[in-house]
Write a protein of this length. Structure first.
Length: 123
């Protein structure tokens, strides 16, 4: 009986872990798709790079019309990278024809989950 309890607990743990991994993958794919659509609408040449983790910063910077050296700041400079990321999303919002304050919403928890889909699917 004791072994059954251990096996059941392990099974539940595995199921929770598998569900978490699948949910994380689905969320990542959705946001990568949103970034891909944003890059296509901003006429970024290599929009397909939006699907590759970390490398997706390149088309994002291009979609915002910012120089590529911004990538170094966004990746390597703590705290300053938050400011540059917000400025980047503000530029992307403007290039999509939306108010720049939409980019500021990327630092607001929960609300930031709706910024990329809004920029991707809005006309």
């Amino acid at each position: 009986m004791d072994n059954f309890g251990n096996l059941a607990g392990a099974g539940v743990g595995f199921a929770v872990m598998a569900f978490s991994c699948i949910l994380s993958l689905v969320i990542y794919l959705f946001f990568a798709w949103c970034l891909y659509l944003i890059c296509k609408k901003c006429q970024v040449e290599n929009a397909w790079l939006a699907w590759i983790p970390i490398v997706q910063i390149v088309p994002m910077v291009q979609a915002g019309g910012k120089p590529l050296w911004w990538i170094l700041i966004i990746i390597f400079v703590p705290l300053v990278n938050i400011v540059f990321s917000v400025l980047l999303w503000m530029a992307i919002s403007e290039r999509r024809g939306k108010p720049s304050w939409v980019g500021i919403l990327t630092i607001v928890p929960i609300v930031n989950l709706f910024v990329l889909p809004y920029l991707a699917f809005a006309k």
